[in-house]
Design a protein around this ligand. Structure first.
Ligand code: ZN
Length: 422
């Protein structure tokens, strides 16, 4: 029987510089005859929905592989979605050829929850903390039948965790892997096994080596919220990645920014969570950066990577966000001034247009990275990108637009009222 998921590594560049190993691959899903070119981003969802967008918007976007988070579906003791007989794709009203990757925790907010034990994993749901057992996980996957899934992992969320706790998390994750893997094989869903190890390079290596001994289809490497700087975090990710077999795909969590994605690509990662598009949208910003298109003789520096649509100067900017963009917002000639107006009026269309643009642009960024690797210029494109753009964290475009309580409407939070000058 051919595997439902196969990964072909087309190119592997052992770069001499600090960048390390750059990978270019293809993920093939045999049941749906679909391929995903890597490096790529998964599309971020909240409760199975791409934030701000309905199915008609998603259809117009290059969305192929969606990340669905199980913890957002289990607030009830017996989740109703487990009882739906036609799988997660139909439950979420996705197109038939959309691919779904199901993981346990939200890659955007991996806040600490109460402790895990050998019997269960604690997750944060809309209704409070819930414990997921390996049996419950298997029940969910059987009902959902996603195109690929990640297994349960004992991820340490305490930044000051002692080595003893980290070792226990490696052992416990391996035990869960051995317990659940036969169930996943029975259901026939390709499995990505979590590689843990928190802040210990040695434990990350041990987790990677031991996990790779199991018959899994790929790996997830998580470096979210370790409370360390970029360099130290990257070092830890590398400790996991270099101990994994080259011929299997790796999803990396914790490198959501453009710079982070580029660093992780240079360290041998294949797939990323796509939450950056959502984060930028929530700030009222639109991505305007490009990769691989900056000529060598361009001496410009510190260019912004996003544009803030809340900025008052946008009110008389009658251009689209990006004239080369193929998203609905830009294609249908929505001006920056109009989007600024929509944001100020708190109209739903504002975030819809921004999210459409940012999802499109994030996909475009990943396509540019793949093209750059194909053309053997990733190293130089990366250097140029770092020189050309500003790398300070984007400010919050929403600043000065916080919600406030409106006493006249019985304490219902309202967006800040504006004073109209007549
Ligand atoms: Zn656009």
């Amino acid at each position: 029987m051919t595997s439902a998921l196969s990964f072909t590594l087309q190119q592997l560049t052992d770069a001499p510089s600090a960048s390390g190993i750059v990978r270019r691959g293809t993920l093939q899903f045999s049941k749906k005859a679909k391929t995903i070119q890597t490096p790529a981003c998964l599309t971020y969802t909240v409760r199975g929905s791409v934030p701000h967008l309905v199915a008609e918007n998603v259809k117009l976007l290059p969305v192929q592989l969606l990340q669905v988070t199980l913890e957002q579906f289990v607030e009830e003791k017996e989740p109703m979605s487990f009882k739906y007989p036609h799988g997660i794709h139909k439950y979420l009203n996705l197109e038939l050829d959309h691919l779904v990757f199901c993981d346990m925790r939200d890659p955007m907010k991996q806040e600490a929850v109460t402790f895990n034990t050998d019997k269960y994993l604690s997750v944060s749901t809309h209704g409070g903390v819930r414990q997921i057992t390996p049996e419950m996980w298997a029940q969910a996957m059987k009902a959902y039948n996603p195109d690929m899934c990640a297994l349960m992992a004992d991820i340490v969320t305490d930044n000051d965790a002692k080595l003893k706790r980290i070792k226990r998390s490696v052992d416990r994750s391996l035990r869960w892997l051995d317990d659940i893997l036969p169930k996943a094989k029975e259901i026939g869903i390709p499995v990505f096994a979590p590689v843990v190890g928190h802040t210990s390079e040695e434990e990350r290596a041990r987790s990677a080596v031991s996990t790779a001994e199991r018959d899994v289809d790929g790996f997830t490497v998580n470096v979210i919220g370790l409370g360390l700087g970029n360099e130290a975090t990257l070092k830890l990710a590398k400790a996991s990645l270099r101990n994994l077999p080259k011929n299997k795909p790796r999803i990396v969590y914790g490198f959501g920014t453009p710079e982070g994605i580029l660093d992780a690509v240079a360290s041998g990662a294949d797939l990323f969570d796509g939450s950056y598009a959502y984060k930028v949208t929530e700030q009222g910003r639109a991505m305007i950066f490009k990769f691989g298109e900056i000529s060598a003789d361009n001496t410009a520096r510190d260019k912004p990577k996003t544009v803030n649509l809340w900025d008052p100067s946008m009110s008389h900017s009658f251009e689209v966000l990006d004239s080369t963009c193929g998203c609905y917002a830009c294609n249908a000639s929505h001006t920056k001034a109009y989007i600024h107006h929509l944001l100020n009026a708190h109209e739903m269309l504002g975030p819809i247009l921004l999210m459409s643009h940012n999802v499109y642009q994030l996909d475009n960024f990943m396509a540019s990275i793949r093209k750059s690797i194909d053309d053997n210029r990733f190293e130089s494109d990366l250097t140029r990108f770092m020189e050309y753009y500003n790398h300070v964290e984007e400010g919050d475009g929403m600043r000065n637009h916080q919600d406030e309580i409106d006493v006249e409407s019985l304490g219902t939070p309202l967006k800040k009222k504006r004073t109209l000058l007549l």
